[in-house]
Design a protein. Structure first.
Ligand code: ZN
Ligand code: ZN
Length: 271
């Protein structure tokens, strides 16, 4: 297994990895999009070898079947990914722009990965590398296929509004932030249901609300019809806790009522 290549093919601002056998774009299309930004020093690239000098991945267990994984010190967007432990196979929800041997060993000690599922293009990061190492598919919604930069046979595009996995897990395409933006439902062993949202459903600082934005760094809201679509795609879905993409983003109880109140709050702006 060759890790820590010195190919400088990772965008230093968003963490997306590009293929090493074709010329890099002048600007990373993910960052050049209205929803992201080019870094203050212009387009810069880094490599796994450079990151490996001072980065590691920290795990914290947030429930008996759920770990959050973060790069420390933080790199690029700074999102977390989740390792979901499940009887019929573990799932990585979202992905990180780094991977090292201790992380591989830790995940393997818990049974490896049966699949990776990603909420939206900002977290595609090193998905090709992770999929290669764990020999598993990456589930991405077809609507966002145009944003995939590093194509690999592991990428399994899916279409429609819902994709069932196993052990009661399900991916729901709500759209909003990106047309293919998704969330994942995960039944907990305690009988509760976790909703993992990336930034499809963004946990607000007060933790009394969630929000939905076209761009978070550039503060561009979504139109009314997008909020209505998110509401409609989540209709009838029960969940208790909401876990967002960044450290501390958790709504520990009554997630469904927080979601409903937040949709109402947002839609009231258009009245
Ligand atoms: Zn980028
Ligand atoms: Zn995003």
């Amino acid at each position: 297994m060759i890790l820590f290549t010195d190919h400088r093919t990772i965008c230093a601002t968003c963490g997306t990895q590009y293929p090493s056998d074709v010329a890099l774009p002048e600007l990373c299309p993910i960052c050049d999009d209205e929803r992201q930004y080019i870094g203050d020093n212009g387009q810069t690239w880094t490599s796994l070898a450079t990151l490996a000098k001072d980065r590691a991945i920290r795990f914290s267990q947030v429930s008996d079947r759920l770990y959050d994984l973060r790069i420390t010190p933080a790199f690029a967007i700074g999102q977390r990914a989740f390792l979901i432990l499940s009887e019929s196979g573990n799932v990585l929800w979202d992905c990180l722009p780094f991977l090292d041997e201790p992380t591989i060993a830790f995940i393997r000690s818990l049974g490896g990965l049966k699949a990776i599922a990603i909420s939206h293009p900002h977290y595609y990061s090193l998905m090709a590398e992770w999929a290669r190492v764990f020999e598993c598919p990456v589930y991405i919604h077809q609507s966002d296929a145009v944003w995939v930069q590093n194509h690999t046979s592991a990428i399994a595009f899916w279409s429609g509004e819902r994709k069932s996995l196993w052990d009661g897990m399900e991916i729901i395409n709500t759209g909003g932030h990106f047309p293919g933006s998704c969330v994942l439902l995960q039944p907990d062993s305690s009988g509760q249901t976790n909703l993992l949202t990336g930034d499809t459903i963004y946990v607000a600082r007060s933790r009394r609300l969630v929000t939905f934005m076209y761009s978070y760094p550039n503060l561009i809201p979504l139109p009314k019809k997008a909020i209505e679509q998110i509401r409609d795609r989540m209709a009838g879905v029960s969940f208790d806790r909401i876990y967002g993409a960044f450290e501390g983003m958790v709504i520990a109880e009554n997630g469904r009522s927080v979601f409903d109140a937040s949709v109402q709050r947002y839609l009231s702006i258009f009245e």
